[in-house]
Design a protein around this ligand. Structure first.
Ligand code: HEM
Length: 135
């Protein structure tokens, strides 16, 4: 069959059974019905990759060049890319920039250092004062 026919994802999605199984991989449409039983990865994985863009599924397995060469045999056409729902891109929520002004942080650090020192100084002063009084 020629590989020039353009299918919509909706059309391809109808072929999702063991007796009629089409896949969309890399913008192309493959009729893998006859290959289901011979697929080294099993027929279940192929069936579960129907009715969608299976490119990622196919690539994630890391298929060999032999596997890629086999694909031509099952090519029936191309997919109308506009019919493939675009991936929802995850954009992380914008984090508010806390403590952009570092002055406060700096003052706290200084105080953390100075306060114990002041207490120590006070303790020494009190000690010296009480000592000289008792003497
Ligand atoms: C026309 C499409 C496909 C062809 C011709 C094909 C062919 C092959 C071949 C020849 C292998 C043996 C290992 C290798 O040579 O890489 C294989 C393994 C495998 N394939 Fe596919 N495959 C196709 C699509 C898919 C899809 C859509 C999936 C979905 C996940 C898939 C999943 C797997 C898995 C899980 C293995 C087994 C890997 C392992 O256990 O080592 N294949 N395939």
């Amino acid at each position: 069959m020629s590989g020039s026919k353009v299918y919509t994802l909706e059309e391809v999605a109808k072929h999702n059974t063991k007796d009629d199984c089409w896949l969309v991989i890399g913008g192309k449409v493959y009729n893998v019905t006859k290959f289901l039983e011979d697929h080294p990865g099993g027929d279940d994985v192929l069936l579960s990759s129907t009715a969608k863009d299976a490119t990622d599924d196919f690539e994630d397995v890391g298929h060999s060049s032999t596997a890629r060469a086999m694909m031509d045999e099952y090519l029936v056409g191309e997919i109308d890319a506009a019919t493939i729902p675009t991936k929802v891109k995850y954009t992380p929520p914008k984090q508010p920039h806390y403590n952009q002004d570092k002055t406060q942080e700096f003052v706290i650090k200084i105080l953390q250092f100075l306060v114990p020192l002041a207490i120590l100084g006070l303790a020494v002063a009190v000690r010296m004062y009480t000592k000289s009084e008792s003497a």
